[in-house]
Write a protein that binds this ligand. Structure first.
Ligand SMILES: [Zn+2]
Length: 213
C-alpha cells in the first residue's frame, strides 16, 4: 500500500517530462504546464492537436485599445462539448479542455449518473472593461476568459448556475465540486459566491491574478 502511494506521487511529479496530452489525467505539474502554454503559441497549438481537439481554426485580432489576441483558437464546439464555438486564447482553450474532461465529466457521472453532453456559455472574447471598474480591461478583452452558464446532460436533464447553484441536492453539489476543481487548473475562477454579477455563470480565466471564489 505504502509503495503504491509513493509510486503515484512520483509518477505525477514526473508529468513534465513528456509531451502534455490533455487526455491524460492532470498531475502535480499540469497547472504550471498549462500556464507555460500562454507564452508558447506553437507548443500550445501542438498540445491541442495532440489531444485530439479538432477541427481547430487559428484566429488573430490585432491588439487595439487593449482588445484583441494573437494566439486565438476557435475549436469546433463539439470538440469541447460547448453549445457554440468561442474564440479563446490557446492556453485558455487547453485549460478548459482539461477541466471539461477531468473535472466536469467525472463529477457529472458520479453525482448525476450521466455525462454532460453540452456546456452552455455566455462567450469568451468581448472587448470590454471589468464590470464596475471603468478603464480596467477584462480578461475577456484578450479572449483570456470564458463565462459558463449551464450544462445539458446526456439524459436530457438541464442545469443552470442561476437556478441550481444553491441547490442542496446532487445538482448543487455537482456545480460546487466543478467550481472547486476549476480552481486547481485555471488562474482565476469566479462563481455565484463571488458577487451578484456572477450569479448566473462561472468566470474562468488565465489572467495574472489567482482567485478562487
Ligand atoms: Zn467572465
Amino acid at each position: 500500500m505504502v509503495l503504491g502511494a509513493t509510486a503515484a506521487i512520483v509518477l505525477s511529479d514526473l508529468d513534465g517530462w513528456w509531451p502534455l496530452d490533455l487526455r491524460d489525467r492532470p498531475g502535480a505539474l499540469t497547472p504550471w504546464r498549462l500556464r507555460l502554454l500562454a507564452a508558447d503559441e506553437k507548443s500550445c497549438l501542438a498540445t491541442l492537436r495532440r489531444s485530439g481537439i479538432a477541427p481547430l481554426t487559428v484566429s488573430q485580432r490585432p491588439l487595439v485599445n487593449g482588445c484583441g489576441y494573437t494566439d486565438g483558437v476557435a475549436p469546433a464546439a463539439f470538440a469541447l462539448a460547448l453549445d457554440k464555438p468561442p474564440v479563446m486564447r490557446c492556453a485558455l482553450a487547453a485549460t478548459y479542455a482539461a477541466w471539461e474532461r477531468h473535472v466536469v465529466q467525472p463529477a457529472a457521472k458520479r453525482r448525476l449518473g450521466s455525462e454532460v453532453r453540452e456546456i452552455s456559455h455566455f462567450g469568451a472574447y468581448s472587448c470590454r472593461d471589468i464590470r464596475g471598474r471603468p478603464g480596467r480591461r477584462s480578461q475577456h478583452a484578450t479572449a483570456n476568459a470564458i463565462d459558463i452558464s449551464g450544462f445539458t446532460l446526456a439524459n436530457g436533464r438541464q442545469l443552470t448556475l442561476s437556478r441550481d447553484w444553491k441547490d442542496d441536492g446532487a445538482e448543487g453539489r455537482f456545480l460546487r465540486e466543478i467550481r472547486d476543481g476549476a480552481c486547481g487548473l485555471f488562474v482565476g475562477v469566479l462563481s455565484p459566491d463571488w458577487n451578484a454579477a456572477h450569479a448566473d455563470h462561472f468566470h474562468l480565466d488565465m489572467g495574472r491574478f489567482g482567485v478562487c471564489r
